[in-house]
Design a protein around this ligand. Structure first.
Ligand code: NAI
Length: 973
């Protein structure tokens, strides 16, 4: 058998493997004889028939009535997720009214045998009729709250562990074992982690007391989420996690061992798998736990690595002389895994992209588990009759394993099997209002029309069709190919992979910044050279220019380390931001290349009267001066330059004086890709040089990104010029707000607030500066924000564990400190933190301010201002948004669609982000740029960008001049 280290290496290999290759690897052990496959099939049909005879559970009835692919189903899910946690009646009513708008409820009344379904339908129908009346006068809110509470009750075993234990002992649970899950979503703060720790300990004690002497295998157990026990459970914080979390888990295990119950570590996102295995190995090695058979791990079959993790579990059990329980699940985060992989431009998905592949992986894993009975205690969790039947056949007469199902689901399938098979119920414990997000995830996972649970519960679908349901078997395109054929998405780095991190560390350690070599030449000469080079470059055509930009993108992607190094060392960016910076530059290059091919290759043929040909060509304007800031020293520099070059202009670029090396490296890259030096020149200097360039005769356009004050100065210089009027494309700053209402999920809002306000040390133009948070949830949101900000680690950005690097320079810090002094005089400090002894740092800081002191200018750093609002003060918020004059970004956190739409309509803001962070616009997907004091437009990275860098030439030809209108004369019927 392979060693632990070999198993870990194999897991990494599988993770990086192409999906098809991975499937091939799994298929081999799953080629069962025909007879066996027939037995599996027959058993599946029998299970479905038996389950139907038993009738659907309330959840299944709910899913049937409210299909999740219908507007009603989605609206109701939204209501279920939010209603119970909204503290104030006004927002609850707004949420209900919004839900009513979105569905057709009349058709549902009395359709179902389920009380919850009927109650929801009746309540919604009544309310629908009442729309336009004052909802507060109706008992409807109470009816819906009751309905949602019932829904929670169906999924939740009990609101406390004592209640859950009582219910587990009730007659309707007879025959089932239980594993109690103290539902914790991930902890964001040290306080949350501590409270989850305490509640797990209490649960262990209570479960142990309720079931003396049953042992971990047949007695009840507890399921633990590692991310609930540590506020920074992330691979980049591995050192901290191993030092702080392992002792906590060891303690919990010892407590479980003392009362003789099992403890299973739940599965989480793919990013955390490797770290979880580190933690489990460390826990198994802890003194006193050696030889303990109570520890379990959950393994997700949808991960390509699953089979490797099974082998690892067997190896770990052998190594530590114990038996490890393995709960095999299919996996609950599939859609978010796919999304994250696409966002991060990973070379492969961590999960299989088809259902069939996951099913195959599940059975391959099951087989491997059953083959190691001395090392692995197997538990198979599924609600799919085909999977259950296959396991049942594979296991044959053996009894040393169990099935598992979720509380509220699958009872009808399993109950008839209890005489032959053991089955454990995974039983969530906790307050209904906290569980509803969990419940919605479960419903979404099982309730999609194509899902087994949905089909099996639908009596209109024949059992044969349930088992053989046609599913979309096409694999998803790899993340970097999602925009093909137009362009490839930039390749990201997987910073959750320890090997990638150490490889990058080695590469970065070998690099040095070097001295800046100031390119020779007088600005006027450089501009003249660019003027001379213009005709040739413009004449080259869009396709040739696109080739060069794409070549530059490929070069950058092939060897990003020198640029990453500069982003970190010269601009102070942390790793994650440095990678994002390089990716954005690559995306700009490819996007504008694609735009050049779209717009600058073929002339656009225009309508014409007969005998005439009209066409429009997009051509360069001449020499563009591109002036960029330091905060995106590569992405904005390259973005401006690539747009100008793509459109056919020659360029003189002036980067910010703080980041000259990056600009020189980027220029050299474009030269290597074929752009002639006369077509793109870089000049180094500060404000004076910038002003000098802008005033040069012969300039045909300016692209500027920086402060509003500088943009004004540039406009003033241009206004004094004598020649042709020179267009100015200016992207400037903003005083960006986020509006959070009480329907928002505080944890999600807080995470986005922290990322938006303090990410990149607040040195992003899009960063959050002013938070409007509704009074009723303000305390809970702000506590979370403070707790999360307090977890951020300030320091050397070269260390991958650093969350916040230094500010760009002492002048930036001095400006922020001046702002802070002003805030201290009229505002109330909410939190700040310690800074490293050396370096120019500012800790994440927040002040609460009055309506009279809302900010009027941008504080370019990690300084957040907060204003509470009552629902009736929304007009004040909207007035501020309209009147402050800036219009760059706006965040909204609310579950009420109509509110989001109203705000979006009334605010004049360039980029609006709903229920997400408000930074990190993606080229081509979220064209970026503001209005008002925030810039002139066009947005960067959008379908209209190139047009503003270009000029248009229309040619009209009288085609009859040479011998008459042949087309007209030769016209046939
Ligand atoms: P800044 O305005 O001081 O400098 C920007 C660039 O303009 C630098 O290259 C600088 O040397 C040059 N410059 C300064 N005075 C000039 C003059 N009189 N004539 C010509 N060029 C001159 O801005 P900073 O501090 O470098 O960047 C931060 C600002 O940029 C913030 O206000 C931020 O919001 C804004 N920004 C806006 C973005 C957007 O897309 N809207 C993106 C990134 C930053």
């Amino acid at each position: 058998m392979a060693s632990l280290a070999e198993c870990r290496a194999h897991i990494r290999l599988l993770h990086r493997m192409d999906e098809a290759e991975c499937l091939e690897y799994l298929r081999r052990p799953c080629q069962w004889p025909r007879k066996m496959r027939q037995a599996m099939h027959g058993k599946a049909l029998a299970l479905i028939a038996a389950a139907r005879a038993h009738g659907p559970s309330e959840i299944e009835a709910f899913l049937l009535e409210y299909s999740l692919s219908s507007a009603d189903g989605q609206a109701l899910m939204g209501l279920a997720e939010a209603l119970l946690r909204i503290p104030d009646a006004a927002t609850k009513d707004a949420m209900i009214a919004d839900t009513l708008e979105r569905g057709q409820w009349d058709g549902h009344r009395g359709h179902s045998d389920s009380a919850v379904v009927n109650l929801s339908s009746i309540a919604l129908t009544l309310a629908r009729r009442g729309v336009g009346l004052d909802l507060a006068q109706w008992p409807i809110r109470q009816a819906l709250e009751f309905g949602m509470g019932r829904l929670g009750g169906i999924f939740v075993m009990g609101e406390t562990i004592a209640a859950a234990l009582r219910r587990a002992a009730a007659a309707d649970q007879a025959g089932f074992r239980h594993s109690f899950d103290m539902l914790g979503e991930e902890a964001r703060t040290a306080g949350q982690a501590e409270s989850y720790r305490a509640s797990y300990h209490a649960a262990i004690a209570a479960i142990g007391a309720a079931s003396p002497g049953q042992g971990p295998l047949s007695g009840p157990g507890v399921s633990v989420k590692l991310s609930a026990l540590h506020p920074r459970y992330h691979p980049l914080q591995k050192q901290r996690v191993m030092a702080e979390l392992v002792p906590v888990v060891v303690d919990l295990c010892r407590a479980a061992q003392a009362v003789d119950i099992g403890l299973t570590i739940d599965a989480e996102e793919a990013d955390r798998l490797d770290l979880s295995l580190d933690v489990v190995e460390a826990v198994l090695a802890a003194p006193g736990l050696a030889g303990w058979n109570g520890l379990g791990v959950a393994v997700q079959a949808y991960q390509k690595r699953a089979i490797g993790v099974i082998d690892w579990a067997a190896a770990a059990a052998r190594h530590f002389h114990c038996r490890l329980s393995v709960r095999l699940v299919k996996g609950a985060y599939w859609d978010s895994e796919i999304k994250r992989a696409q966002e991060r431009g990973l070379p492969h998905y961590p999960v299989f992209t088809t259902k069939a592949a996951t099913d195959l992986s599940y059975l391959a894993c099951a087989q491997a588990m059953l083959a190691a009975p001395n090392l692995i205690q197997s538990a198979f969790a599924s609600h799919n009759a085909a999977t259950i039947a296959a396991i049942d056949v594979l296991a044959g007469e053996r009894q040393d394993w169990e099935f598992q199902r979720l509380h509220g689901m699958g009872e009808a399938v399993y109950r008839p099997m209890l005489d032959r098979r053991s089955c454990r119920v995974y039983a969530p414990v906790g307050r209904h209002c906290h569980l509803l997000p969990y419940l919605v995830r479960r419903l979404l996972e099982n309730g999609a029309n194509s899902s087994f649970v949905h089909l099996a519960a639908d009596p209109r679908v024949a059992p044969e069709d349930v088992v053989n349901a046609p599913v979309d078997e096409s694999r998803l395109a790899p993340p970097v190919m999602i925009f093909s054929p137009q362009r490839r998405l930039s390749l990201g780095r997987d910073l959750c992979d320890g090997e990638t991190i150490s490889h990058m560390q080695q590469r970065l350690a070998g690099l040095s910044c070097g001295d800046v070599e100031i390119p020779a030449g007088d600005p006027q000469d450089i501009v003249n050279q660019a003027i001379d080079a213009f005709a040739g470059w413009d004449g080259l055509g869009g396709a040739r220019r696109a080739d060069m930009l794409e070549c530059a993108a490929d070069l950058l992607e092939a060897e990003p380390e020198p640029f990453l190094h500069l982003a970190i060392v010269e601009a102070g960016k942390i790793w994650v931001d440095a990678i994002a910076e390089i990716r954005e530059a690559v995306d700009f290059l490819r996007y504008y290349a694609a735009e050049a091919r779209r717009l600058c290759v073929h002339a656009l043929v225009l309508p014409a009267v007969t005998g005439e040909a009209n066409q429009l060509e997009i051509r360069g304007r001449g020499v563009f001066v591109c002036i960029s800031p330091w905060n995106f020293p590569l992405a904005i520099f390259i973005g401006q330059v690539a747009a100008a070059l793509a459109a056919g202009n020659t360029v003189v670029a002036k980067p910010a004086p703080q980041t000259p090396r990056m600009a020189i490296a980027a220029t050299a890259l474009l030269h290597r890709a074929g752009v002639p030096p006369a077509v793109l020149a870089v000049v180094l200097g500060g404000a004076d040089l910038g002003a000098d360039l802008v005033g040069q005769p012969g300039i045909a356009g300016i692209a500027f990104t920086g402060s509003h004050a500088t943009a004004r100065r540039i406009a003033a210089i241009l206004a004094q010029g004598q020649g042709p009027l020179v267009p100015l494309i200016a992207e400037t700053g903003g005083v960006n707000a986020m509006i959070v209402d009480s329907s928002a999920l505080p944890e999600q809002a807080a995470a986005d607030i922290v990322a938006s306000a303090f990410g990149a040390a607040g040195q992003r133009c899009s960063a959050l500066r002013l938070l409007f948070v509704q009074e009723e949830i303000a305390d809970s949101v702000l506590d979370l924000v403070a707790g999360m900000a307090g977890q951020m680690r300030l320091g050397d950005p070269l260390d991958p564990a650093t969350d916040m690097g230094p500010l760009i320079d002492a002048a930036a810090l001095a400006r922020l400190q001046a702002d802070q002094r002003a805030l201290a005089s009229h505002g109330r400090m909410l939190f700040t933190g310690a800074v490293p002894e050396t370096g120019v740092f500012m800790a994440p800081t927040a002040y609460e301010v009055g309506w009279d002191h809302l900010p009027t200018h941008e504080s370019f750093g990690p300084l957040l201002q907060v204003r509470r609002w009552r629902r009736d003060q929304l007009p004040l918020v909207l007035t501020w948004l309209r009147q402050n004059g800036h219009g760059l970004t706006l965040g909204i956190h609310s579950r009420i669609d109509t509110l989001c739409q109203q705000i979006g309509k009334e605010a004049r803001i360039g980029n609006i982000y709903v229920n997400r962070g408000m930074t990190g616009a993606m080229v081509g997907c979220q064209p970026f740029g503001g209005m008002g004091l925030s810039g002139t437009g066009p947005k960067s990275g959008g379908p209209f960008t190139l047009l503003r860098y270009a000029t248009e030439i229309v040619t009209s030809i009288n085609v009859t001049a040479r011998g008459g209108n042949v087309d007209l004369l030769c016209r046939r019927k």
